[in-house]
Write a protein that binds this ligand. Structure first.
Ligand code: CLF
Ligand code: SF4
Length: 315
């Protein structure tokens, strides 16, 4: 059950193992962002909803910065990439799937995590989702070893949600308008509740859309507080598709939204809106570097690990 902490926030009682995992997760703990990295494996191309700010040619903008679409990997290719990257960059502690579509709409997500967990039992398995099928896939997620999960929650009021997303396909049926908005909100809330009860540590992403959900974010934060969400990441709208002409929130507006939500849920302020194939430190995406620069980072990692091992030996 959620308990109130000294900041007047509800949060579940985290185990020592969960607290260790959080302290090594670059998105969940700002102090971890310069020491520990994450790797995204782009194995999930399909999506089951249509956000009005999304162009499907790009990565899922609920979690990732749109760019050239990430190359989709098979689960076996993802395992091979993980082997190579973890060998060269052992500071990467989190392996995640964040697109390019919705990870829960792709069975390859679960196949990939199972392969990774068998070979690398110590990494943290992370995922992001729009949450539409979250209640249905909790058991699959637990089997696949998911420990940290991001759900994009843009509204808890269907009238606001339908302005951001009003088409979903659920169990093979298309839902539109308010009915679609209600379905996704109900499934997100039910899914988050059950995921927390199952021991998964939850972060939510909220895309701040000026004049649509900016006055509503505090209601989202209050609801997330009741559920026991660990952290909230308010991201600026990236204007695309039906929102191509929309105004981007100013920094001041985003900071005001974060400040209004902070009393209810801790705020993440260091998100880099990374790509669905990003890896490395949050501020140093190795997927976007030249081979030469990558090699320099690799040599530097090797040098640091040798220095540390010599210190440990007392040299
Ligand atoms: Fe990836 Fe997201 Fe896991 Fe982090 S990202 S699935 S919680 S490991 Fe992090 Fe990147 Fe921001 Fe996401 S900086 S876009 S919040
Ligand atoms: Fe696009 Fe992501 Fe929304 Fe799917 S969940 S429509 S991929 S932004």
């Amino acid at each position: 059950m959620p308990v109130e902490n000294s900041d007047n926030q509800s949060c579940p009682d985290y185990s020592n193992e969960q607290l260790r995992m959080i302290s090594e997760h670059p998105c969940y703990d700002p102090n971890a962002q310069h020491k520990f990295g994450r790797m995204h494996l782009a194995v999930a191309p399909k999506c089951n909803i249509q956000c009005k700010y999304c162009i499907r040619d790009y990565d899922c903008v609920n979690e990732c910065r749109p760019g050239v679409t990430s190359k989709v990997l098979t689960p076996q290719e993802a395992l091979e990439k993980t082997r190579q990257v973890l060998k060269d960059h052992p500071f990467i502690k989190v392996i995640a799937i964040a697109g390019p579509g919705d990870p829960l709409a792709n069975d390859e997500t679960f196949e990939t995590f199972k392969l990774i967990k068998e070979e690398f039992p110590d990494v943290t398995i992370c995922m992001s989702t729009n949450g539409l099928v979250l209640p249905d896939r909790i058991d699959d997620m637990l089997d696949a070893g998911v420990q940290t999960l991001t759900v994009t929650v843009n509204a808890v009021d269907p009238e606001i949600q339908r302005q951001i997303c009003d088409r979903v396909v659920y169990n093979g049926k298309l839902y539109k308008g308010k009915e679609a908005a209600e379905l996704i909100i109900n499934n997100q809330l039910e899914g988050i509740k059950r995921a927390i009860e199952a021991g998964i540590v939850i972060k939510i992403n909220t895309v701040l859309v000026p004049d649509v959900n900016d006055d509503h974010v505090v209601d989202i934060a209050k609801k997330m507080n009741e559920l026991g969400v660990f952290i909230m990441n308010i991201m600026p709208l990236i204007p695309q598709a039906e929102y191509a002409e929309w105004r981007v929130p100013t920094n001041e507006e985003r900071e005001a939204a974060q400040a209004s939500c902070e009393p209810f849920v801790s705020q993440m302020r260091h998100c880099r809106q990374c790509r669905s194939d990003a890896y490395g430190l949050l501020g140093e995406d190795l997927s976007q570097m030249s081979e030469e620069r990558r090699n320099m980072v690799k040599m530097e990692t090797l040098r640091k690990s040798k220095t540390k091992s010599n210190k440990d030996k007392g040299d």
